[in-house]
Ligand binder design. Structure first.
Ligand code: NDP
Length: 340
């Protein structure tokens, strides 16, 4: 197998020298294990947190560890009863081409049955996987958008944000999407059907946001923090809800703030805001069934569109990952590791 391992903890933006690529032999297959070949590797913003020794909700990588990540794989060899060669599975083998894994550490994906008969298996890492689930559960459980309300989300061309906007609209809310650059703004309108799309890099962004939210903001699904988050927080209505999903503006560098803690707490109090962070795992037991059914139908009948940004080859993963944190990706970022 060829593996990408963490060689150093990045300081700021990850550099090539923070990683090393090695080729090693795999152990022999034991009973209950399968040999997997990776087809798609998911690149996600949370990985940056695992490359840091700062305290977090999950353990960080040790130097020399294979970089972690969700993968769609094919079973090549099996010594487990319930897996056979050719099976497609969702596994978590990270940044490597092959791995020997306990058969219980994966979930079979059936390309002939819903939802994957209507969408490619790669979507198990995007709209029909963890990012789509994050959007669905966080928005419905915490955001609770009501008909006619205004929902705002940034990183809106990514897999979480694009699903947030579309599910909000399916619930009768008005969706305002924020993304970086003209191409993404056009996609928000034309591909994802946002009611309004804004470019956070535009010098008129704050005024544009004001104009786009004449009745204020009822739900701000927080993906990014930074100046964008602060501008939206200033527009919140009384009893507004803020599911805090991610803070990607801060992942490479310490946060800067013009808002400040006193002003933030003042707004939470004066506007009776509900600000609730979440890690999607907490909703897995309660929301997986509804998500699989409902999102599966929406994707199959075209109510929820998705977009994938597929980078070819594991050797390009580091550069693609850098781009994820600066907005170079357009849609769900995947690395094509092997043939499908
Ligand atoms: P995306 O594919 O949307 O990638 C991140 C995007 O963030 C970039 O493409 C960029 O888009 C945008 N961005 C980066 N820096 C800034 C900035 N300074 N200001 C505004 N936007 C910025 O990622 P995902 O959809 O996978 O993830 C979205 C968020 O959800 C992340 O914060 C992630 O950590 C979080 N998340 C949280 C989970 C949880 O359980 N809580 C689970 C999964 C994801 P643009 O060009 O538009 O600026």
């Amino acid at each position: 197998t060829t593996q990408v391992r963490l060689a150093a903890y990045p300081d700021g933006e990850p550099q090539d020298s923070d990683f090393e690529t090695v080729t090693v032999d795999l152990p022999e297959l034991q009973d209950g294990q399968v040999l997997l070949r990776s087809i798609y590797l998911s690149l996600d913003p949370y990985m940056r947190g695992r490359m840091s020794q700062a305290k977090s909700y999950a353990a960080h990588l040790e130097l020399g560890d294979v970089v972690l990540g969700g993968t769609v794989c094919e079973v090549v060899e099996s010594r487990a009863e319930n897996r056979k060669p050719g099976d497609i599975v969702l596994a978590f083998i990270g940044w490597q081409t092959h791995a020997v894994v306990d058969a219980r550490q994966m979930k079979r994906l059936d390309p002939t049955a819903p939802p994957f008969d209507a969408a490619p298996i790669s979507t198990a890492l995007g709209v029909l996987g963890m990012p789509g689930f994050t959007a669905y559960a966080g928005l419905l459980e915490i955001g609770k958008p009501a008909e006619g309300e205004t929902v705002v989300v940034a990183a809106a061309a990514g897999p979480v944000g694009s699903a947030v906007g579309q599910v909000a609209r399916l619930k009768g809310a008005r969706a305002v999407g924020i993304a970086g650059g003209e191409e993404k703004v056009r996609l928000l309108r034309e591909h994802f059907g946002f009611d309004v799309a804004l470019d956070h890099r535009s010098p008129t962004f704050v005024d544009d946001l004001k104009a786009a939210t004449p009745d204020g903001v009822d739900v701000y699904f927080e993906n990014v923090a930074g100046p964008v988050g602060e501008a939206v927080l200033r527009r919140m209505n009384t009893y507004g809800r803020v599911p805090v999903c991610g803070l990607v503006a801060n992942y490479n560098r310490p946060a800067e703030s013009s808002f400040g803690f006193p002003a933030f707490m003042g707004a939470v109090l004066a506007k009776s805001l509900t600000v609730r962070g979440f890690i999607q795992d907490e909703f897995v037991p309660t929301h997986t069934e509804a998500f699989t059914r409902e999102m599966g139908q929406w994707v199959a009948n075209g109510d929820v569109a998705y977009l994938e940004d597929v980078v070819d080859g594991l050797e390009n993963a580091v550069d693609a990952f850098r781009g994820l944190l600066t907005g170079r990706n357009v849609g769900k970022l995947l690395v094509k590791v092997g043939d499908d």
